[in-house]
Design a protein around this ligand. Structure first.
Ligand code: C5P
Length: 227
């Protein structure tokens, strides 16, 4: 069977990474969570005071991009890769609501996108990859053999994200999680550079009422038909 590229795009908290991890495991492919890369760059901007509640020093931050080193390291016991920022594991820090509330602003900057897209394309050179994000089927791998576009209602998505955060021990209110999900969707789909939209040849999956198992089965059928 030939190795293919699987591009998964869609709105926030539609279960893209859960699906991508399942597919990568089943197929023995590499999984790349591009959201984690944008989140790590945002964490760097926050840690170094380039962005805050009422300011964003965009020009200074752009000059700093060469000092940001991102890498993934596979964690055997977890069964997936974790995000490292300048050699430090930041997997937990990048998932906070604080990072979520700034990430769409940071990822709207063309220079940030240019650098990360270049790295992502390099990772996918050998195919056998599942990558999820917002512009994978449209910009990063427009030639991907299989493109999926995930959707679900905002309330269902916010509920999923809220449960994740509560499980991790974060103190958040449902309303603020819902607001964040809606704001990110708006900024992500209205930005000038690489806005989120469904590629013409992507298959749309609305998983509002699908179990994980049913979703995985139907997508594995698509994968088999594509290979
Ligand atoms: O996938 P996740 O929700 O973790 O992504 C966080 C944010 O990173 C998104 O809301 C979006 O602003 C940005 N992102 C992006 N392009 C990608 C992946 C993520 O702009 N390919």
């Amino acid at each position: 069977m030939q190795h293919i590229t699987i591009a998964i795009d869609g709105f926030s908290s539609t279960g893209k990474s859960t699906l991508a991890k399942q597919l990568a495991k089943e197929l023995g492919y590499v999984y790349v969570d591009t959201g984690a890369m944008y989140r790590a760059v945002t964490l760097y901007a926050l840690q170094n005071n380039f962005i805050g509640d009422n300011y964003f020093k965009v020009e200074d931050f752009v000059l700093e991009l060469d000092n940001i080193n991102l890498s993934f390291k596979f964690n055997d016991s977890l069964g997936f890769s974790e995000m490292y920022l300048n050699g430090v594991n930041v997997e937990k820090e990048i998932r906070t609501l604080e990072v979520s509330s700034f990430v769409s602003k940071v990822s709207a900057i063309p220079e940030v996108r240019y650098q990360l897209v270049k790295q992502q394309q390099k990772m996918g050179e050998g195919k056998g990859i599942v990558m999820d994000g917002r512009d994978i089927g449209t910009v990063v791998f427009p030639q991907a053999e299989l493109k999926l576009f995930m959707t679900a209602s905002p309330e269902i998505r916010a509920k999923r994200r809220y449960s994740e955060l509560i499980k991790r021990g974060d103190k958040v209110r449902f309303e603020e999680v819902l607001k964040n999900v809606q704001e990110r969707d708006y900024i992500d789909s209205h930005r000038e550079d690489s806005p989120l939209f469904k590629a013409e040849d992507a298959i749309e999956i609305d998983n509002s009422n699908l179990t994980l198992e049913a979703q995985f089965e139907s997508i594995m059928n698509l994968v088999r038909m594509t290979m």
